[in-house]
Design a protein around this ligand. Structure first.
Ligand code: NAG
Ligand code: NAG
Length: 337
């Protein structure tokens, strides 16, 4: 059996530590589909959170380890690591709660203990400890280097796992005579993954820059300096080493497309402030013009239920207006009709 790289590393989960051992193969077979599904949900969340940003989580920049490929170490890289690692932990935890694995179930380790004023731990808490341990094993295992970039990635992976823990919700049930709620039992539940996404987007805006790239070699002393620097930063915060490139512009070397041609949003009652400003952010501030394009959309409408059992719809046409970023000089040309 040829094992994938992530499994051939030391880890803090004692049982799975030797590359090539039977346990690793078993662990791999049991968890790999969940790990893959989790990483995918992280990427989907990244695309959702950044849909109206200049950088919109393009597939090409999503390399998850620091060896080979694109070795960027900016704020966006930090987010990608955090949300992927959170996605993996989230999915494993949810799988566990749904009974998908034989070796894990509810976290009832605190049941019976006093949690706070008037409530006890009880019920079935989502087992984040399990999700955390397995995801750490798989995701952190991708980092084999010992340089500042690897340390940055590990820090952000951890921040992602902390985000899942921090957004968990306490759910309670009342007890007492006819629901008088004199005592309650409570347990912790995972939130919707979207909430983890919003939480990490906030952390992204506040990400801390660490100045470590200059003058740090691979000596033991500099490895010590790297470790010391990262350990002084809260594990909940995202960190980066480099400034981001100009995402307005195309840069083939970095695999970036620039914002020309991107759609933006203008009107609409349901838009958030951030979305409403997307044309300014993606087009105007990048030296591009906004172009209005009308298109006819055909969709199902006036659907009626017929006895029994069919739904019949009409096809309705409606005109929709969309907005796109275009080069300024081309605005009056014929090429954009
Ligand atoms: C865990 O959940 C994910 C997503 O819901 C699913 O794709 C995957 O198959 C599950 N894993 C197992 C082992 O059931
Ligand atoms: C692409 O990005 C690299 C690294 O930031 C920079 O050195 C280069 O000048 C950029 N290229 C273009 C065409 O902007």
């Amino acid at each position: 059996v040829r094992l994938p790289r992530p499994l051939c590393v030391r880890t803090s989960v004692r049982t799975y530590f030797v590359c090539g051992s039977l346990l690793i193969i078993i662990a791999y077979l049991i968890y790999s589909s969940s790990v893959a599904a989790g990483a995918q949900s992280g990427i989907e969340e990244c695309k959702y959170q950044f849909a109206w940003d200049r950088w919109n989580c393009p597939e090409r920049t999503l390399q998850l380890s620091s060896h080979g490929g694109l070795r960027s170490a900016n704020r966006e890289t930090a987010f990608v690591h955090a949300i992927s690692s959170a996605g993996v932990m989230y999915t494993l935890t949810r799988n566990c709660s749904l009974g998908d694995f034989d070796n894990c179930g509810c976290d009832d380790s605190r049941n019976g203990q006093l949690g706070g004023q008037g409530w006890l731990w009880g019920g079935c808490s989502d087992n984040v400890g399990f999700g955390e341990a397995i995801s750490k094993q798989f995701v952190d295992g991708l980092e084999t280097g010992q340089d500042a970039r690897a340390a940055m990635n590990l820090h952000n992976n951890e921040a992602g796992r902390k985000a899942v823990k921090s957004t968990m919700k306490r759910t309670c049930k009342c007890h007492g005579v006819s629901g008088s709620c004199t005592t309650q039992t409570c347990w912790l539940q995972l939130p919707e993954f979207r909430e983890v996404g919003y939480y990490l987007k906030e952390k992204y805006h506040k990400a801390l820059k660490v100045d470590l790239l200059q003058g740090v070699g691979n000596s033991a002393a500099s490895r010590g300096a790297i470790a010391e620097t990262f350990s002084s930063i809260s594990k909940k915060e995202l960190v980066h080493l480099e400034d981001s490139p100009d995402y307005c512009l195309e840069n083939k070397t970095l695999g970036l497309l620039g914002t020309e041609g991107r759609e933006c949003l203008k009107r609409g009652k349901t838009l958030s402030k951030w979305e409403k400003r997307s044309c300014k952010r993606l087009c105007g501030d990048c030296g591009l013009a906004v172009e209005e394009r009308r298109a006819d959309m055909v969709s199902s409408c006036n659907c009626k239920f017929h006895w029994c059992c069919a739904v019949k719809c009409e096809q309705c046409r409606k005109s929709v207006t969309k907005y796109f970023c275009v080069k300024k000089e081309k605005r009056d040309g014929l090429c954009f009709l």
